[in-house]
Design a protein. Structure first.
Length: 117
């Protein structure tokens, strides 16, 4: 089964780190991703840039609305994700607990599936 581990972090957390701390955190995440790959669990992984240059797009009544970041109302942002192939939800939760980001963020576990269920 497919599971997405969403790395949910405070919006300004990255700015509080020194360059060395940021590189260390990133390397820990790379190492974690490599361990998932070696175990045959990793399908995809990406880190996302800050929401400062992001855009939110909605179409209402045929009109496109674009809201440029940063988003003042947002207290958290998606900092990245791991797409895993785990046998059970419990295995996916265990992988989320093993993720280094769980020490400074929240790791949300979501099973892949159709949106109508």
């Amino acid at each position: 089964m497919g599971y997405l581990l969403l790395i949910v972090e405070p919006t300004h957390q990255r700015r509080t780190r020194t360059d060395a701390e940021g590189h260390e955190a990133y390397q820990r995440m790379v190492d974690f991703g490599n361990s998932l790959k070696q175990r045959g669990l990793l399908q995809a992984v990406e880190s996302l840039k800050s929401q400062d240059d992001a855009a939110r797009v909605a179409v209402r009544n045929g009109k496109t609305q674009v809201l440029d970041g940063p988003f003042a109302e947002a207290k958290e942002m998606i900092g990245g994700f791991f797409l895993l192939n785990c046998a059970t939800r419990e295995e996916a939760v265990a992988m989320a607990a093993a993720c280094p980001a769980a020490e400074w963020c929240t790791v949300e576990v979501r099973e892949l599936g159709p949106c109508y269920q």
